[in-house]
Write a protein that binds this ligand. Structure first.
Ligand SMILES: Cc1cc2nc3c(=O)[nH]c(=O)nc-3n(C[C@H](O)[C@H](O)[C@H](O)COP(=O)(O)OP(=O)(O)OC[C@H]3O[C@@H](n4cnc5c(N)ncnc54)[C@H](O)[C@@H]3O)c2cc1C
Ligand code: FES
Ligand code: FES
Length: 510
């Protein structure tokens, strides 16, 4: 067992909001930021639409001082973020955007462009636009702006006037918020940021026992608490766990929060592999994966929405192990492995061995996912790689089927094949028979047909509200065809020629 760190005295959650320090106690640790804002702080500008991270009505900005001592900010869905995760950070809401009675350019542009009708979605859009405004000096190309707003839904206005506003806001003289007081306050707490934090909720709420929330700051502290509290729920970005509370009303018990363990957010790049910390945000992790394989860009931008990708982590996606998740099929196709840690010991397991059954994995009590290792493709061995996501809606939707494929060639023949799938089985899984049909053959139409036929033997998909079993298998079969069309020689088709969505825009990210 790891060495015991000092005991942690519980204290209130401390964060910066509306120009001053806020201290909150007496609330369950699973109180959401949105509940606190509306029910306790009585700041009702931020709205609740879905309470599951889908509509963006609750979008807020969270600011913090990063490891390099710089101010950073991101949009998140306040409806699924638990209040103690704000400790040591700054909360910025739609109440903070205007300066006195002077609307911010993003608000004025929404007025001028008629971007609001019933107004329910407007605070969420304003927060996303405000974030774009602060993080970019020039208007984004329109499709990139649409990507940046992909987490915000509007049921009345239609998106054109809102996108118009997102362009027009840059026409006014530039107004940048002065975060200096907030930054000074956060920096004065930097000592606190390096200390583990314990928050304890009221005992009457949690079946007579106080629910505890511990937030370690180092890998060793995390290892210690995980072994001390093997029963506790690990919480990373909360974009899965948050919904267990807001939608399923689950009692999470004690919580170990990973969000302050800085070492979990490191990415180590070597010539042969990239090691992505389990706590790296989805946004940063996908950016890194796209550096390794540019064809993953579309799946990155179609994975959830910017606020979900800012909060959620790649480790959470892998550990959660949803059969319709998008991270696992992509990582399986990239031949990733996982570093698992328990106490001081680590072990490396291939991702192919991690999932045992529906939402069951290899993790032992007291064990956790530390990092994800992705081999760097060897340039001397030609490979083709693609990944496709099929969902009913383009943006912010869960996949019906996700397919991610790698083929390696030895001369003209396929020497290695990894065809990985989400949505076809109880876990993300490779298709053994379809892969076998490819090996040792040329990547020809005949070989494609063999693989498509073999795929029918690999899976017996389920029918659910997203898709029928027949649809899933048909789509998977067609995705193999699309892969072939894009990678065949001669005459490969461009991605734009084989998809129904508008082309992915390169340039500024959401
Ligand atoms: C609106 C919305 C859209 C979404 N869209 C997509 C999508 O398009 N594709 C997709 O794949 N997913 C999607 N998701 C699901 C979710 O965002 C991802 O699964 C996300 O990566 C979860 O990461 P997290 O950090 O939020 O995990 P959490 O919710 O904090 O945790 C998830 C699970 O992993 C465990 N866990 C977390 N970190 C570790 C660790 N280091 N070691 C061991 N266990 C750990 C937790 O205990 C929990 O069981 C969506 C979610 C929402 C709300
Ligand atoms: S209320 Fe819909 S995303 Fe939070
Ligand atoms: S203005 Fe009514 S939902 Fe957007």
């Amino acid at each position: 067992m790891s060495e015991s760190p000092l005991p942690i005295p519980p204290r209130p959650v401390r964060f910066h909001y509306q120009g001053r320090e806020q201290q909150v106690s007496g609330q369950p640790p699973t109180t959401t930021v949105l509940q606190w804002l509306r029910d306790h702080a009585h700041c009702t500008g931020t709205k609740e639409g879905c309470a599951e991270g889908d509509c963006g009505a609750c979008t807020v900005v969270v600011g913090e001082i990063n490891a390099q001592g710089q101010w950073t900010q991101k949009t998140v869905n306040s409806c699924i973020q638990f209040l103690p995760t704000l400790d040591g950070k700054a909360l910025l809401t739609v109440e903070d955007v205007a300066q006195g009675h002077q609307l911010h350019p993003c608000q004025q542009a929404m007025v001028d462009c008629h971007g609001s009708q019933c107004g329910f979605c407007t605070p969420g859009f304003v927060m996303s636009l405000w974030h774009v405004y602060q993080t970019h000096e020039q208007p984004l190309p329109r499709p990139a702006l649409a990507d940046a707003l992909a987490g915000n839904l509007c049921r009345c206005t239609g998106y054109r006037p809102i996108l118009d506003a997102g362009e027009k806001m840059f026409e006014a003289p530039r107004v940048l918020p002065d975060h200096q007081d907030t930054i000074a306050a956060l920096k004065s707490w930097s000592q606190q940021a390096n200390q583990p934090f314990m928050y304890v909720g009221p005992s009457q709420v949690h079946g007579g026992q106080a629910q505890r929330f511990v937030s370690p700051t180092t890998l060793d502290e995390l290892a210690y608490w995980r072994e001390q509290w093997p029963h506790a729920r690990l919480l990373a970005g909360g974009t899965d766990v948050g919904l267990w509370v807001t939608k399923q009303f689950k009692d999470l018990g004690d919580i170990i929060y990973l969000g302050q363990v800085r070492a979990l957010t490191d990415i180590h790049r070597s010539a042969t592999q990239w090691e992505i910390g389990a706590g790296v945000s989805l946004e940063t992790a996908w950016q890194a994966l796209v550096e390794l394989e540019p064809h993953l860009k579309e799946i990155w931008l179609r994975f959830a929405s910017p606020p979900v990708r800012h909060a959620g982590t790649l480790g959470g996606n892998v550990a959660n192990g949803s059969p319709i998740g998008d991270g696992a099929p992509v990582l399986l196709a990239l031949n990733a492995s996982l570093v698992l840690r328990k106490g001081a010991k680590t072990r490396e397991v291939p991702l192919t061995a991690f999932y045992l059954d529906y939402m069951k994995n290899l993790l032992e009590p007291g064990e956790w996912l530390q990092s994800i290792r992705v081999p760097v493709p060897d340039p001397t061995q030609p490979e083709v790689r693609r990944a496709y996501k099929i969902s009913k809606r383009r943006d912010s939707d869960i996949s019906a089927v996700c397919g991610a494929f790698t083929l390696r060639f030895d001369g003209d023949t396929i020497s290695e094949a990894r065809l990985a799938w989400g949505g076809l089985a109880a876990t993300a899984k490779r298709s053994a028979q379809a892969e076998a049909a490819l090996l040792g053959r040329a990547w020809s139409e005949g070989t494609l047909r063999l693989a498509q036929a073999a795929l029918q033997q690999d899976f017996t998909p389920l029918t659910d509200l997203r898709a029928s079993d027949r649809y899933r298998l048909r789509v998977a079969t067609n995705l193999l065809e699309r892969f072939w069309l894009e990678t065949r020689l001669p005459n490969p088709l461009q991605a734009e020629q084989v998809q129904v969505w508008p082309p992915v825009v390169t340039g500024a990210q959401p």
